[in-house]
Design a protein around this ligand. Structure first.
Ligand SMILES: C[S@@+](CC[C@H](N)C(=O)[O-])C[C@H]1O[C@@H](n2cnc3c(N)ncnc32)[C@H](O)[C@@H]1O
Length: 227
C-alpha cells in the first residue's frame, strides 16, 4: 500500500516543479511494478511458509511413517459424516476411527450412542484439536483421542471401524483388518472404497459416498473363492 501525507505530497510537488512537469512528478509517486525478481521473491516466500506449515503443523509425528503411507488431513464433510452414521445405524458397541483428524467422526459416534468411541491419530496438533472440540461439546473424558500409529493398533476387539484414508493405504489396510477384526465387525470407508472388497451397503453419492463392509461376508466370499 502506498502511504504518503498531503504535506509531503505538496512539498515534493513544489520542489520538483523546477525539474519537470506535474505529470512527471506524479509518475514518480506511482507504485512501481514488482518485476520478475519481486514476483520470484514473493513466490519463494509463500512456498517456504506453506512448507513450514506442512512440516510444523500438519505432518509432525509422521517422520517414521514411510512416505507412501502418509495421508494428509482432509476432514470429512457434514454429508460424509452423516453417510457414515447412516451405515452404522442399528449397530452397537464401540467405534474406532483410524486416522481421526480433528475427531469429528468419533465425537458424532459418541453422541449417537457408540461406547467407547476412540480415535487414533499421529498428528499431535490434531489430537489436541479433537480434545478441544470434545471439551467444547461437553464430552471431554467420554471420548478418547490417542496419539498412535494406526498400523500398530490392536484391532481384535473393535466392532465398528471407520476410515477416511488414501487408496494407496487402503490396499494394505485390507490385510490388517482381515487378520485382526472379529467376524461381527463392520468397516465403513469414506471418500475412497477398499480396492478389493465388495461392500455390503453404500450411502450417498460422489465425494460424499461411504461404503460399509461386513467382515463375515468378506470372509465368506474369500472362503468360497478358496474352495
Ligand atoms: C483424510 S484425514 C481423515 C480425518 C478424519 N477421520 C475425518 O474423517 O475427518 C486422515 C487422517 O489420518 C491421519 N493418519 C494418517 N496416517 C496415520 C497413521 N499411520 N496413524 C494415525 N493417523 C494417521 C492423518 O493425520 C489425518 O488426520
Amino acid at each position: 500500500m502506498l502511504c504518503i501525507s498531503a504535506e509531503t505530497l505538496k512539498s515534493r510537488f513544489l520542489a520538483d516543479m523546477d525539474d519537470g512537469t506535474p505529470d512527471e512528478v506524479f509518475a514518480d509517486l506511482k507504485p512501481k511494478n514488482l518485476g520478475g525478481w519481486g514476483v520470484a521473491q514473493i513466490a519463494a516466500g509463500t512456498g517456504l511458509a506453506v512448507y513450514a506449515m506442512w512440516v510444523g503443523i500438519l505432518q509432525p509425528g509422521f517422520r517414521k511413517v514411510p512416505l507412501r503411507l502418509q495421508v494428509p488431513y482432509i476432514p470429512a464433510s457434514k454429508a460424509q459424516v452423516e453417510n457414515v452414521m447412516m451405515l452404522l445405524r442399528g449397530r452397537a458397541g464401540g467405534l474406532t476411527d483410524l486416522g481421526s483428524g480433528d475427531g469429528r467422526i468419533v465425537l458424532t459416534a459418541h453422541q449417537r450412542g457408540f461406547t467407547p468411541a476412540v480415535g487414533y491419530e499421529l498428528n499431535p496438533w490434531l489430537v489436541r484439536l479433537a480434545r478441544y472440540h470434545a471439551w467444547r461439546a461437553g464430552h471431554l473424558g467420554k471420548v478418547s483421542y490417542l496419539r498412535e500409529d494406526l498400523w500398530k493398533v490392536n484391532l481384535t476387539e473393535c466392532k465398528n471401524v471407520t476410515v477416511f484414508l488414501a487408496p494407496s493405504v487402503l490396499s494394505l489396510l485390507q490385510e490388517k483388518l482381515l487378520a485382526e477384526l472379529p467376524d461381527d465387525a463392520l468397516v465403513v470407508a469414506g471418500r475412497f472404497p477398499f480396492p478389493d472388497w465388495t461392500p455390503s451397503r453404500t450411502e450417498g453419492q460422489g465425494v460424499d459416498r461411504a461404503w460399509a463392509y461386513s467382515m463375515k461376508e468378506l470372509r465368506g466370499c474369500s472362503q468360497k473363492n478358496d474352495e
